[in-house]
Design a protein around this ligand. Structure first.
Ligand code: UTP
Length: 277
């Protein structure tokens, strides 16, 4: 049984980079081949032993809720045909997991979206997956790798990091840290900078869309001011905890596709399609 029991999915954003596709269809419902991004994300949480899925969503995104409800008419129509197994994975998620939803009323940033989930999460540590970062790995999923590390550091938040090109650091939160004793992939974080220029960046280690957060984050988020764009950044809240030595950055094993960008989405589609051929 996992020590982390809940996963929060911030899915309220407008997905403007994918307009017009995302005018009526949530970005998280865009598929890589036949599976929507949100389903890959839920399956990754399940692979880490998590059964409680908390979606911070918006009133425009009912398709996500519908995806995780049974659809008896379609099931009847594919029964005893070659397509019968196509709903097996999503039906497994529906059977084994609880799904709860809360609406983010205003798009005030990722930190605000996570704060909105507090009423459903309560006081326990929890995972966060941004579904537009699609992660694959040969063995343990990225979130499972992170929950294993968290078990050794239960007072800390864990953020997943990846080495990116210098020319790309301005798209990410970037960390400054030192390797933990006897580790080659886990850093104690001293500093984090949101979207730095290549010159300002303390390293090329960028935070990607996987987190394990202690409930302390809610207390910090409550007092975290909005940035110059009016958004509450999770990086700013984590910085407060990093100053207390409570943030670990983990360089995961596996691959990440930034499916929130057209480039990454096409790359993921290509790689997944190649596996089928
Ligand atoms: P992004 O900035 O990548 O998503 O936020 P977006 O705003 O939907 O996409 P673009 O930039 O307009 O194309 C990262 C994640 O945080 C969520 C988004 O849904 C996405 O999963 N998010 C962001 C919220 O839930 N609420 C917010 O206020 C902001």
């Amino acid at each position: 049984m996992s020590i982390i029991k809940q996963c929060l999915f911030p899915v309220a954003g407008y997905g403007t980079r994918f307009l017009p596709a995302t005018k009526a269809i949530p970005k998280e419902m865009l598929p890589i081949l036949t599976k929507p991004l949100i389903q890959y994300a839920v399956e990754e949480a399940m692979s880490a032993g998590i059964c409680s899925m908390v979606m911070v969503t918006s009133k425009h995104k009912k398709a996500i809720e519908n995806h995780f409800k049974p659809h008896p008419e379609i099931e009847a129509s594919i029964q005893n045909t070659t397509k019968e197994s196509l709903l097996d994975e999503v039906n497994q998620a529906i059977e084994y997991c609880d799904f709860s939803y809360t609406e983010q009323q205003q798009m005030l940033g990722l930190g605000h979206a996570i704060y909105t989930g507090q009423a459903l999460i309560g006081n326990a540590p929890f995972a966060v997956i941004l579904p537009d970062d699609l992660c694959t790995s040969e063995s343990d999923s990225v979130l499972l790798q992170m929950t294993k590390l968290y078990q050794q550091h239960p007072d800390c938040c864990i953020v997943a990091i990846e080495a990116v090109l210098e020319s790309e650091v301005d798209k990410y939160g970037v960390i400054d840290g030192e390797l933990l004793p006897n580790s080659s992939n886990a850093y104690r974080v001293h500093n984090m900078v949101e979207k730095p220029t290549a010159v300002e960046a303390p390293s090329n280690l960028a935070i990607i869309g996987r987190y394990i957060l202690t409930s302390e984050i809610f207390t910090v988020l409550k007092d975290t001011p909005a940035d110059k764009n009016g958004e509450i950044q999770i990086t700013d809240a984590l910085m407060t905890l990093a100053k207390q030595g409570k943030v670990i950055a983990y360089q995961f094993q596996g691959k990440r596709f930034d499916c929130g960008s057209i480039n990454g989405f096409v790359k993921a589609t290509h790689v997944f399609a190649k596996k089928l051929l």
